[in-house]
Design a protein around this ligand. Sequence first.
Ligand code: E4P
Length: 215
Amino acid sequence: MKIFIDTANIDEIRKASGWGILDGVTTNPTLVAKTGRSFDDVTREIVKIVDGPISLEVVSQGTNEIIGEARGLSKIHKNVVVKIPITKEGLSAVRILAAEGIKTNVTLVFSPVQALLAAKAGATYVSPFVGRLDDIGQDGMGMVQEIVSIFKNYSLTTEIIVASIRHPIHVLRAALMGASVVTCPFGVLESLFKHALTEIGIRRFLDDWAKVPKL
Ligand code: E4P
């Protein structure tokens, strides 16, 4: 399973890329706004830090406008994946962009049939948002399980990015289901490393090592 970081914060991306486990980055307009920096500045830095898929989201709504914006984004760097919300106009654009070899990530997916439509349109990735579904009392990971089954039934090659992740259990369940990718906020990524017994174990080894006579 690939692990992406879901942020536009350069410090977070730099730190996580040093941990040896990072495969890519996803951003969205909210995450870019949080940095207080321009989109161009932020994206130019991200593509230099991580050599893997970098999702950058369009803000256009009409098919032609989405296509134009997507072509521009794809020119920033070979690793750019254009993130496009699931709408009729968006999927029309995905079909055309796929034919041009431009990779897409269909976002704001909240149902298995939306994911099926995205795959049929030729999306490279589809991003089901699990945390936001959980937030309204629905089963986010249940949706992912259904998408996994549907894609398997029809041998669809679109990769599933489990998005809107809130905690390590989302990551565990995604891995058990065989999702291709999880995209995690920095805090969740950091928490994946932690276990109380690991910390206690390191402390004990260091304490015991201090008792070993040194030559
Ligand atoms: C997906 O790529 C989105 O950027 C993201 O996961 C949204 O998560 P949120 O629900 O925490 O905003």
